[in-house]
Ligand binder design. Structure first.
Ligand code: SF4
Length: 341
């Protein structure tokens, strides 16, 4: 049976039409799924018994199985969900001031093997369906009682632009007023730099935030850290990002994890300034959170301060982010990697 959460509202309307039902009924069912967050067809009390039976006969509405929940002293919660085929994915819930951000996975595993990320360690398994992406958020909602998720980021396991159609459909459901009604500007796609995906996203008419994992501003270091740079080098990547900013009127954010001896020297700061000067963008710096699987280490505090100072002196907009969930398996893919060992 097909997962009903794989369907957009328009697709559901078509199914209902085929059953001789009105678009209004499809909208009611959609609203039960996302606005009232019903986890069972039986709860859809304003649909007739016959229609509920038909839904049950044709669609599944299965829950994700929560295999592990870790909670940090800073309030960050990390979920390890098992999918129907046994694939494991991570989702994270991060409270910061008045925001509650859900970080979702888009693939089981990852093909891109970034040198600091545990998600790619055991390779790529498969793309997630739209319903599996949405279900992570719904499971989080089922657990939250009175609070609501304010922001969604695609920074969990996998590369969202490598599962473009399913991620985009999920975003449209998350964004739709009849769906989860989270504004596009509160939804962020984080990419390792898949240029065709960035270009395609810029033409969708969606004002979602684009966040690009940069981590080095010269091709040699970046390719060492992120093999994807060999296919999509910095010059082309930055040009695609500028095009995205121009077409969507959204500022692009660059993520930069500071790793000792690798990307936080004065020369690295000069490269970054050269790359980002002259157009409006921002940089999020994060100090590396050591992961068992890799030998990298975080820089000293004074090195971090010097790097930030060098960038700000040259007019680069920089935020030094606090690492969240340090006392749990907080780094990307770490919890999943532990359970796949
Ligand atoms: S950082 Fe993203 S793209 Fe790179 S290996 Fe991890 S999940 Fe994949």
């Amino acid at each position: 049976m097909k997962d009903i959460r794989d369907y957009s509202l328009d697709e559901l309307k078509d199914v209902f039409k085929g059953w001789g039902q009105t678009a209004y009924r499809a909208k009611q069912a959609f609203s039960w799924l996302y606005q009232k967050r019903a986890a069972s067809f039986d709860l859809m009390s304003n649909l007739s018994r016959e229609l509920r039976k038909k839904l049950k006969e044709n669609f599944s509405l299965n829950r994700l199985r929560l295999d592990k929940l870790q909670e940090s002293s800073d309030g960050t919660k990390k979920f390890l969900f098992a999918l129907e085929d046994g694939s494991l994915i991570e989702s994270v819930l991060i409270p910061v001031k008045d925001r509650l951000t859900a970080c979702l996975s888009s693939q089981a595993g990852c093909k891109f093997s970034c040198g600091f990320c545990a998600s790619g360690v055991s390779g790529f398994k498969r793309n997630l369906r739209t319903g599996e992406i949405i279900s992570q958020l719904l499971e989080i909602y089922y657990m939250l009682k009175d609070s609501a998720v304010t922001n969604v980021v695609f920074m969990g396991t996998g590369e969202p632009l490598d599962n473009y159609e399913n991620v985009l459909k999920a975003i449209r459901i998350i964004n739709a007023p009849e769906g989860l009604n989270i504004g596009a500007r509160r939804i962020t796609i984080s990419t390792c730099g898949i240029i065709p995906g960035i270009k395609r996203l810029s033409t969708e008419g969606l004002q979602v935030e684009l966040s690009v994992s940069l981590h080095a501003a010269d091709d040699t270091t970046r390719a060492r850290l992120m093999p994807v740079n060999k296919k999509y080098p910095l010059k082309d990547l930055i040009s695609a990002c500028k095009e995205y900013a121009a077409l969507t009127k959204r500022q692009v954010t660059f993520e930069y994890v500071l790793i000792k001896g690798l990307n936080c020297s004065k020369e690295a700061a000069d490269d970054l300034v050269r790359l980002l000067t002259g157009w409006e963008c921002k940089v999020n710096l994060l100090v590396y959170n050591p992961v068992d699987e890799f030998l990298y280490q975080p820089p000293e505090e004074r090195e971090v301060e010097f790097f930030v100072w060098l960038l700000r002196k040259k007019g680069i907009v920089v935020t030094l982010r606090k690492s969240r969930g340090k006392d749990i398996d907080g780094a990307c893919g770490q919890l999943r990697a532990k359970y796949l060992k």
